[in-house]
Design a protein around this ligand. Structure first.
Ligand SMILES: Nc1ncnc2c1ncn2[C@@H]1O[C@H](COP(=O)(O)OP(=O)(O)OP(=O)(O)O)[C@@H](O)[C@H]1O
Ligand SMILES: [Mg+2]
Length: 401
């Protein structure tokens, strides 16, 4: 035992490490080269450029699916602008807020207080009327002529927490000011979001609208190749591995975050196995691991009744080869509820929960027409076979089945 540990540690000394600078694959890393977004970068830069002459830029609404580079590109352009303004002494200020963050953006009060504090004003954590916090913020930025660019990333989260009144107030800020001007950049990966907000807010927020399309596999390959140059020792990685990560990440929609995760996890697996090079099989293992972790996270966050239904589905699938239907699941489900002393839902409600599990990608539920208007759902598992036991273990722990 001790010998094998010795060998394990020694192999870390003798083998050339896989990674040269692993942080280049982390989510915190900001790349200096951003392939395949030149057009979007120029578009945003052109819209914001009037700020340099102290003219108010149009508000921008940016949307696109997750991992398409929205936050990266927006931060890149605004920080370039802010740096230039600082060098030349032009009063342009940018504030970036990720609305997902709880302490900063879960109430209107907190968000406006955060902004006022950003400009040096002291605001108590609670206690003032919201109008008063707005007034403090206006007063603070309006004490001189300046352009303020406020980036509200994941803006859909803000609305789901605070309602769309807050956006209405924000799009009207400039009307309250004499010296300063405020422009908004809203970013969202929820494509329905802009359709669902108040029409006045919509027309004001998307004076300019920029869409980030998903990357294709070739574009992802270029993005990964740039990062891999920094992250890996050159002998530890080759083009085939990079192409495979890119192709896997492009399967659903071209998500650069997913591609980078695959490459990083494949490297970690290769390192752990004592290999001197990342191989294609490591990418397959990484893909399974990431999917496994995703599935486990999703399951943990499900309400009890969904867990009972999923458990019933897994157990039924394990015991039967034939296609299984909602009715089969329902019978097993009732047994589980009795065993656990859980409240029993109706078959109709169970059918809804089955549809939700399908949407989450945990199962496949195919609706089959039975003629004369009758329909039923044919159900199969969509989670990796290797994850099934772990999933059952997790649900069991939670439910004491
Ligand atoms: N063109 C690119 N070049 C280099 N890296 C990129 C590129 N596009 C995205 N990335 C990287 O991919 C990851 C995801 O990008 P980003 O966070 O900008 O996505 P997003 O569109 O904001 O996604 P979400 O909607 O989930 O917030 C980041 O690590 C980012 O650095
Ligand atoms: Mg983002």
């Amino acid at each position: 035992m001790q010998n094998s540990l010795q060998q394990l540690f020694e192999s870390y000394i003798s083998n050339k490490p896989i990674f040269a600078n692993k942080s280049a694959l982390s989510i915190k890393y900001t790349p200096s080269i951003i392939p395949h977004r030149e057009q979007r970068i120029n578009q945003i830069a052109n819209i914001l450029a009037p700020a340099i002459r102290l003219e108010k830029p149009s508000n921008i609404f940016i949307y696109g699916k997750t991992g398409t580079g929205k936050s990266l590109v927006c931060n890149y352009v605004t920080s370039q602008l802010a740096n230039l303004a600082k060098d030349k002494g032009i009063p342009v200020k940018t504030v970036y807020i990720n609305c997902k963050l709880r302490k900063i953006a879960d109430t209107e009060y907190r968000l406006v207080a955060h902004l006022a504090r950003h400009f040096g004003r002291t605001v108590p954590a609670t206690g003032l009327p919201t109008d008063e916090v707005y007034r403090l913020f206006y007063e603070t930025i309006d004490d001189k002529e300046q352009i303020v660019l406020i980036v509200l990333d994941e803006i859909d989260k803000l609305i789901s927490k605070c309602g769309d009144e807050i956006l209405y107030n924000f799009t009207r800020i400039s009307q309250e000011l004499k010296n300063a001007e405020v422009s908004l950049i809203g970013i969202s990966n929820d494509l329905m979001f802009i359709d669902n907000i108040d029409a006045r807010v919509r027309s004001s927020l998307n004076e300019e609208e920029i869409i980030f399309p998903p990357y294709d596999a070739l574009q992802l390959k270029d993005i990964l190749a740039e990062r891999a140059k920094i992250a890996f020792n050159s002998s530890a990685i080759d083009e085939l591995v990079i192409s495979k990560c890119a192709a896997y990440a492009a399967r659903e929609h071209g998500d650069a975050r997913r591609a980078l995760d695959l490459l990083r996890v494949a490297g970690e697996i290769a390192e752990r196995q004592g290999c001197s090079k990342v191989e294609e099989r490591h990418v397959d293992m990484a893909d399974e691991k990431i999917e496994h972790d995703r599935v486990i996270e999703v399951i943990k966050s499900q309400p009890t009744q969904s867990k009972v239904v999923l458990y019933s589905i897994i157990e039924t699938c394990k015991n039967r080869k034939n296609p299984i239907y909602t009715g089969d699941i329902f019978n097993v489900y009732i047994g589980k509820c009795t065993l656990m002393g859980e409240r029993q839902l109706t078959q109709r409600r169970i059918s809804d929960l089955i549809t939700e599990l399908d949407t989450l990608g945990l199962i496949n539920a195919k609706v089959i027409s039975m003629g004369r208007g009758g329909r039923k759902k044919e159900i199969s598992l969509a989670v990796p076979q290797a994850s099934v036991d772990k999933i059952m273990g997790i649900i069991k722990e939670d439910l004491v089945v």
